[in-house]
Write a protein that binds this ligand. Sequence first.
Ligand code: PMP
Length: 393
Amino acid sequence: MRPVSDLLTERTRSSRSSVIREILALTEAGGVLSLAGGMPSPDSFPVGELAEAAARTISGQPAQTLQYARTDGATPLRELLAAEASVRRRRDASPDQIVVTTGSQQALDLIARAFLDPGDLVAIESPGYLGAIQAFGAQDPSWLPIPVDADGLDTDALEAELAAGKRPKLVYTATDFQNPSGAVLSPARRRHLGELADRYGFLVVEDDPYGWIRFGEPIHDPIAATTERCISLGTTSKTLAPGLRIGWLVAPVEVAAALSRLKQAVDLNSSALAQYLTLELLGRPEWSRARAVELSEFYRPRAERLRSAMLAAAPDLEIPPARGGLFLWATAPGVDTTALLPRAVANGVAFVPESAFRTDDVSGECFRVSFATLAPDELEEAAARLGTTLAAG
Ligand code: PMP
């Protein structure tokens, strides 16, 4: 008899792990200092506050925290998130526009399944967030890669494609400290993108997981302040802890309802306990403000330490200072960074090459390193190993 794996759908069978993923999996064996992942430092988690809130809410509100919840999310949390969205967007957002998701990754998956038929065109930052490429890619779309510079997604390049007749259904952008390049979408480009959405009828997906980790960068209005053709994504993964798996989306009411119907079949609801913990912490404005400052102060010296160690170890690298978030984006002029990765892993250090963040077959001379996960002295050792690898040519 044929193995049960033969019963998998054609699409599931053809989805394969990438070469880069396989190389990076080797780094888990030990001995490799990985700058590849985007995991926040466990030293940054608000352990005491979460433990105290868990003890209090579980005994005080067992019928809420330990019970099934509404698919679109616990009402008080949606009210809080709607009130915050109203301030940021400078117009009213109602709780009916919010869906609490299991991380913002689930929001990307729901959006992909709700909006994309095979072959539909998706405009995506190039380089762009790998998880978005995977979520949208699962629907077999066509890609419209749009370049990114220090001001984020190049909206003039997008406009040129639109003027040439391209009609993306979705345009995805990570607005603040973009993963992987660290770019911040400028206020002028946010407005431009909103105008283009209204003129050409596409939907913007704006993703902002890193907005609280800012190294002196001013806060800009979201794209949703300029157009209603927008879904905004948020998450607690980088502000509280990724283990909560709580994210959310803010969408037009009918879209939120459609996405909530899809979510029902996936997981009924995101963890009620984690939603109430989120509410406890984010519901305290002063705590949240202090937390954003604390996170920025925690990560900024690590960013500077890794950057200066890398420049000392490999003076040919070009690395703009991080403006926030968890990543540095380095350019190694003339180097194919995909080919460099296995040599780096052999030398005990890992990064993510540019090709992982692209939907075309270009390899590229850039790579992403995270300063978030390793301890500060390990960052220096990792930089030294990178320098050795680059020097070996
Ligand atoms: N969007 C971006 C740009 C990210 O970098 C990440 C996390 N790496 C996510 C979404 C997903 O985050 P989560 O599912 O943990 O909320």
